[in-house]
Structure formats: C-alpha cells, structure tokens
Design a binder for this molecule. Structure first.
Ligand code: AMP
Ligand code: TRP
Length: 334
C-alpha cells in the first residue's frame, strides 16, 4: 500500500493557501488511497523567533482544524511531531549525510534568513538545518509520496538526494519519496500582493484568508483583492497575476474539472469574478468552521486522536530509524 506523509507547521493560523494547496488533497484523496500519516510539525515552528504559549495553542488548533477539514482518524494517522522521538533521532544521521552547501542553497532558507537579518534579528541554526529535519520526517515513515504545495518541492527533492546517498553509502535503509503537487492552486498568492505566496507566518493583513475567518471577513478580503490594470478577465499569471490568482482560487473551490482559463471566459468584469470567488470560498470554509467549533467543545476527543496517532507513528518509524542507526555504523544497545 502506498505510504503517504505530510506535515504542517504551527507558526500561524491555517490559511486558504494551506487548505487549497495541501489539506484539501489530504482529506479528499490521500487518506483514502493509501496508508497516510499527517503531522503537526511543531519542532519546525521553533526555527524562527517564537512565543512558547502561542506555539502550543497553534499546535492544538492545527490538529483540531485538520480534523474539522475532514481528516478521519479511522482512515489516517494524525499526530504531533514532538511526541515521536524518531524524527530528531533520524535528523542527526541525515545531518551527517547532507552538506553545508546543500543547506545554504535552499530557497526558503535564503529568503527567511534574509528577512530575519533585514529586521535585525539573528538566524537560528535550526533554520539552516530545517530541511534535514523535514527529510527525517518523511524518511522515518518510508513514505512513497509527499503531498505538498509548490513551495516545498525543493525540500522534497533534497530528501530524495539524502535518501539515495544514504542508501548508496550504507546499504538500503530508506524509500526514495516523491512530491505530489495539486493540479490547481499549488501556490495560492496573497490577495494584496499577488507576487508573494499567501503565507501563514507572514504578518496578518487583508491579503491572507484564514480558515477561521467568518463569511463577512472572507467577502471583504476577496472583494478588496488587488487586481491588474486593464479590465479584461484572462488567465495569465505573468501579465495578470491578481486575476489569475482569483481564477485559480475559484477553480480550486469549485472542484471537479474547473479550469482557471475556461472560467475566465465566463466573466467580463473583475467585480463579478470577485463576487463569485468570495462566495465559493465562503462555501468551502463554512463546514470547516462549523466543525471546528464543535470539536473545540470536545478537547478530550482531539487529545485521544493525537495520543493514538503518536503511538501508531512511533511503531511505524522505530524499525526504520533503528535500521538506519545500525547501517551507519552505530553499535546497537545491548
Ligand atoms: P506550511 O504553512 O508552510 O506549514 O505549509 C503546509 C502545507 O501547505 C505545505 O504543503 C505547503 O506547501 C502548503 N502551502 C502553504 N502555503 C501555501 C500557498 N500559499 N499555496 C499553496 N500551498 C501552500
Ligand atoms: N516544511 C513544510 C512546510 O513548511 C512542513 C513540513 C515539515 C513537511 N515536515 C514535512 C511537509 C514533511 C511534508 C513532509 O510547509
């Protein structure tokens, strides 16, 4: 059976980008077509300046929202990264496999480190080694597929390189995984700045739609989205990034076979496109928000899902990580 693994970091409230780029795929297809594990990767949230209470709160909120969005613990395994020690155990071996140059070439590291330095902050060493921990997340479970948004493709590519290098040097220890990207909305852009990704770690602005925004807030944000000069509705990411983003969001929310370029033909004004996009987003988010409110009233249920999830995850990861410890030359404990 195909093993599927993916993760989400509790660095901010989940956004429409997370939902359309990743979570929706996990819910609709991934959890039904293989042995799927989904992880709230809390250790990754410590790579940038953080507030302990906020990370704790956001970790629980992310798990609750994933259940609200439709992850079903009878079909998949949902857990919190720091509850399973195999991730950090394996990360060290992969630090002994990766090179300094490889880490410094990661686009996300370069961008985030530059942002930290520009604001006078210091760059945590873990920001540099983060992709190695991500590789450990994936390889510990022998994942075949990693469903992610476009921004994570480079990290999955690195994971493949590390798995192949390790296997070649020390004998077969890891499955070589591949990234699976959604057909549309692999990169949802900020509504106020359609050249930047809609990112949950960014400062809150009206360009970011959160899964827990209420209907009126969603409508206001979408209606105020920056569009392009000109007035023709066409799907062209280069010349009309704002309109293209709305068309992708609309297509993704409609689902089925909706294609952004075909939808464009049905509109002769930006206003009508925004209105339909706003309503489509409201309809997609409504059940998630409602279910989230119900689950918040049942914290014991979420705790139990996470407890059972961590137990299953440990059982899957331990033999693979123990095998890697032996393969690399460490003396097994007696
Ligand atoms: P993160 O928020 O970085 O933890 O990302 C969790 C998942 O959501 C990853 O698979 C990302 O690739 C995906 N994702 C995050 N932001 C976006 C976005 N703006 N568009 C599409 N996918 C996204
Ligand atoms: N780095 C990913 C992100 O920022 C989150 C993540 C951590 C992840 N470990 C993972 C995604 C393993 C997929 C598989 O979005």
């Amino acid at each position: 059976m195909t093993r599927i693994f993916s993760g989400i970091k509790p660095t901010g409230h989940l956004t429409l980008g997370n939902y359309l780029g990743a979570v929706r795929q996990w819910v609709k297809t991934d959890q039904h077509r293989g042995d799927a594990l989904f992880c709230v990767v809390d250790l990754h949230a410590l790579t940038v300046d953080h507030d302990p209470a906020r990370v704790r709160r956001l970790s629980r909120q992310a798990a609750t929202l994933l259940l609200a969005a439709g992850l079903d613990p009878t079909c998949c395994t949902l857990f919190v990264q720091s509850h399973v020690a195999e991730h950090t155990r394996l990360a060290y071996l992969l630090e002994c496999t990766a090179t300094d140059g490889e880490m410094r070439r990661m686009i996300q590291y370069k961008e985030k480190a530059a942002r930290e330095r520009a604001t006078g902050g210091s760059v945590r060493l873990s920001l540099l080694t983060y992709p190695v921990l991500m590789a450990a997340d994936i390889l510990a479970y022998g994942a075949d597929e990693v469903p992610v948004g476009d921004d994570q493709a480079q990290h999955v590519e690195l994971t493949r390189d590390l798995a192949m290098r390790f296997n070649q040097r020390y004998g077969h220890a890891f499955t070589v995984p591949r990234a699976v990207l959604p057909d549309v909305a692999a990169r949802v852009m900020d509504l106020q700045d359609p050249l930047s990704k809609m990112g949950k770690s960014h400062a809150e602005t009206s360009g970011i739609v959160y899964l827990l925004d209420d209907a009126d807030v969603v409508r206001r944000k979408v209606m105020r989205a920056v569009t392009d000069s000109g007035s023709e509705v066409a799907y062209d990411r280069e010349t009309q990034p704002g309109v293209a983003n709305l068309l992708e969001i609309l297509a993704a929310c409609k689902g089925g076979d909706s294609k952004p370029d075909e939808l464009a033909a049905g509109y002769d004004s930006y206003g009508a496109l925004k209105k339909d996009t706003a309503e489509a987003v409201v309809e997609v988010l409504r059940p998630v928000r409602e279910r989230h409110a119900e689950l918040c009233a049942e914290p014991g249920y979420v705790d139990e899902v996470l407890r059972a999830g961590a137990e299953r995850a440990r059982g899957v990861a331990r033999p693979t990580v123990d095998g890697a410890y032996r393969a690399i030359g460490l003396l097994p404990p007696v």
